[in-house]
Structure formats: structure tokens, C-alpha cells
Write a protein that binds this ligand. Structure first.
Ligand SMILES: Cc1cc2nc3c(=O)[nH]c(=O)nc-3n(C[C@H](O)[C@H](O)[C@H](O)COP(=O)(O)OP(=O)(O)OC[C@H]3O[C@@H](n4cnc5c(N)ncnc54)[C@H](O)[C@@H]3O)c2cc1C
Length: 339
């Protein structure tokens, strides 16, 4: 009762990375609240699925295993969560801000009149004083995310209704195994008790999943280009440098909008979040929406012709110059040194 729940997204019998990241965060929240962490895995052929989630510090795994539960469809998964939550009364529910989470979250929160904050970038526990009514709420979930076009960072709370629901994009939280041998209870539910037959009305006849063209999210070195790269040809230089450094190329939204680079390489609030050891920002000014997607990088190098560019304030090293003069030199010297 009143625990932290994470809905685990399934790809076949594999738990999605975003869910494992949320289990890691959920464990920390549960520790602060002094409650348990519970995971929900719903899909088909889920024998041993608990082995994937228990090491993240899960105290209870709810398994719903039935042929109609994979691939995901809205109605059965919504019924599982709504009915389970009526029974278990969680205080917090987290899920990925993925295509599935964006469909499932609002359905569940609306059925339970609980409210939901999408695309959170931080989750913390804190109190809130309602001065008007003279009430202080303890142990609330601070659901923190950029708001008003990214111009402010808003902390959203839900004092009265439960569960406090939040979605988080993949890559925003860190995935960390707590203990390979962590012991938790596994509950295999009778799916028919949660899902009426009529929920299986939608049948997935064919499914095509496109493989990712790159590994931007997991790359240890990211070379990102901005509007200052000037053209698609300017980005060709970055791809050449990336080849030398075994890096991936990312981009700012301005560069993507200008057609210099594909959309799936956009880094930031409305793009991918990256955590590389090294981030080289080339011709990027460093607006808050961009920084939201790369601020956890280990070392940041900025190449910019404006010494007052905001990105320079968070950079470890600043190269003041044009990308046209600096990037070819970097390619030349890395080539020379790697021989
Ligand atoms: C709701 C919302 C969501 C957003 N989401 C994102 C997001 O996910 N990711 C994102 O990146 N942005 C996002 N943005 C856009 C963001 O506000 C900025 O507009 C964008 O990040 C700017 O990109 P930029 O730094 O490449 O371009 P600019 O701000 O135009 O900066 C170009 C930089 O290049 C430098 N420069 C120019 N020429 C050269 C040269 N020859 N050599 C070296 N340096 C040079 C300039 O000095 C400048 O610093 C979002 C905006 C909104 C409103």
C-alpha cells in the first residue's frame, strides 16, 4: 500500500531501458519515503521477467502474462493499471515518456482522477505549505520540468490526489543496478480478473519496428553542431571528425530546422538526452532547451566565434574561433595522432 510503482514497458520479453532508468529513480524515491518499490510487467511470454527488474531494488514485481498483452494496446494495459491501482493505492507511479507512456499515462490518470506531469526532467521529494488554507503537505513528489516554451523550470505538485503520476523521457535518468541478488516478491496475477474480454477488441495484425540508425544516446563522445555550422556541408566536417574520434554526431534544433542534420540527432528538451564523457559543441549558442539535453556531459568543449556565447559558461574548455578554421585543424591533428 502507498508504494512507488513503475510501469515497465516491454519489447517482447525485454524490459525497456527507460523503465530500468525509472526503477533506479523509483528506488531512491522509495528510500526517501520509507516505502517499497513495485514494478508492473505486462506482456506475453514473461517467464523470468523478474530477473531483469529485481536487481534495480524492486520489492514486488506484478507480472501480467497473457497472449493479448503484447504488442501493447491501450485498453488491456489501462485496465491492468487502473484495477491494480484501485487495489494497491500507490502514492507515485512513473512511466516512460514514450509512445506507450504518452497513451497509457493520461488514460490511467483520467480514470483515477489523479493528474499527470509529462516529460519531467527531475523528480524529488519535498514539502509544500498552502499558506491560504494553512496546510502543510509533507513528502510530495516534486515533478520538475521546463514550462512556457522552456523559459522557466516549473515544479509541479499534486497535494491531494493519488497516485502522483509522472512520465520521463529515455536517457534523462541514470540506470544503475542496486544489487544483482536483490530479493523481492513476484506476484503472477490472473489477467482475466483485471482485463475484460472486450478490451482485446483491437488486434495488431502487423508490426514494423525500425532499427535506430545511430547510438547517440549511449555514445561516450558526442560532437554536436549548431546553426553556426552554416550548412549540411558544414556537418560533413563533423561526421569526419566523429569518424576519427569514434563519436556520434548530434545537433541543435536550429541546425535541424535549417535542414543541416536529421531530426533524430536533435539534442535537448524536445530531442534526445545524452550523457557522454566528452561533448564538443560546435557553433551552438547554448540555449536552455539545448542544455537540458547535454548538461550531464563529463567534459564540455565549446567551439564558438562569440566568446560570450552562453554555452561557454558551462564549458570546461572554450575554443574561440570559427568552426571553419577550428574543425579542420582538429580533424588534421586527430588523424596525425591516431597513426
Ligand atoms: C519549446 C522549445 C523547445 C526547444 N527544444 C530544443 C531542443 O530540444 N534542442 C535545441 O537545441 N533547441 C531547442 N529549442 C530551440 C532553442 O531555443 C534555440 O533556438 C536553439 O537551441 C539554438 O540553436 P543554435 O545554438 O544552434 O543556434 P543559435 O542560437 O543561432 O546559435 C548559433 C551559435 O553559433 C555561433 N556561430 C555562428 N557562426 C559561427 C562560426 N562560423 N563558427 C563558430 N561559431 C559560430 C554563434 O556565435 C552562436 O553562438 C527549443 C525551443 C523551444 C521554444
Amino acid at each position: 500500500m502507498n508504494n512507488v510503482f513503475v510501469y515497465c514497458e516491454m519489447e517482447g520479453s525485454h524490459v525497456a531501458d527507460v523503465s530500468l532508468e525509472l526503477l533506479t529513480k523509483g528506488r531512491k524515491l522509495a528510500n526517501e519515503l520509507g516505502c517499497q518499490l513495485e514494478a508492473i510487467c505486462a506482456g506475453s511470454d514473461l517467464a523470468d521477467v523478474e530477473k531483469q527488474v529485481l536487481p534495480y531494488g524492486v520489492d514486488r514485481v506484478h507480472v501480467f502474462d497473457a497472449p493479448g498483452l503484447f504488442p501493447y494496446t491501450s485498453l488491456p494495459h489501462s485496465s491492468i493499471l487502473v484495477n491494480l491501482f484501485k487495489q494497491e493505492k500507490p502514492q507515485i507511479c512513473l512511466m516512460g515518456a514514450t509512445v506507450i507512456g504518452r497513451d497509457l499515462g493520461p488514460r490511467v490518470s483520467s480514470a483515477l482522477t489523479s493528474g499527470l506531469t509529462a516529460d519531467c526532467t527531475q523528480l524529488e521529494i519535498g514539502s509544500h505549505e498552502d499558506k491560504k488554507n494553512g496546510v502543510t503537505y509533507e513528502n510530495l513528489l516534486y515533478q520538475i520540468r521546463p514550462a512556457f516554451g522552456g523559459n522557466i523550470v516549473a515544479t509541479i505538485i499534486n497535494p491531494e490526489h493519488r497516485p502522483q503520476m509522472a512520465t520521463v523521457r529515455e536517457g534523462v535518468m541514470k540506470k544503475e543496478i542496486l544489487d544483482e541478488n536483490y530479493q523481492g516478491e513476484v506476484i503472477r496475477h490472473d489477467v482475466a480478473k483485471f482485463v475484460p474480454e472486450t478490451d482485446y477488441v483491437v488486434k495488431v495484425i502487423d508490426r514494423h519496428v525500425e532499427k535506430a540508425k545511430h547510438n547517440l544516446k549511449g555514445a561516450p563522445i558526442v560532437i554536436a553542431g549548431g546553426y553556426g555550422m552554416g550548412s549540411k556541408e558544414g556537418f560533413d566536417m563533423l561526421f569526419e571528425l566523429a569518424k576519427e574520434l569514434h563519436a556520434e554526431v548530434g545537433a541543435s534544433r536550429a541546425a535541424v530546422d535549417a535542414g543541416f542534420c536529421d531530426h533524430d540527432r536533435q539534442i535537448g528538451q524536445t530531442g534526445v538526452t545524452v550523457h557522454p564523457k566528452l561533448y564538443i559543441a560546435c557553433g551552438i549558442s547554448g540555449q536552455i532547451q539545448h542544455i537540458a539535453g547535454m548538461q550531464d556531459a563529463g567534459i564540455i568543449i565549446s567551439v564558438n566565434n562569440d566568446e560570450n556565447a552562453p554555452i561557454n559558461a558551462i564549458a570546461d574548455y572554450v575554443i574561440n574561433g570559427t568552426v571553419e578554421e577550428v574543425i579542420p585543424k582538429m580533424i588534421k591533428y586527430y588523424k596525425k595522432n591516431s597513426k
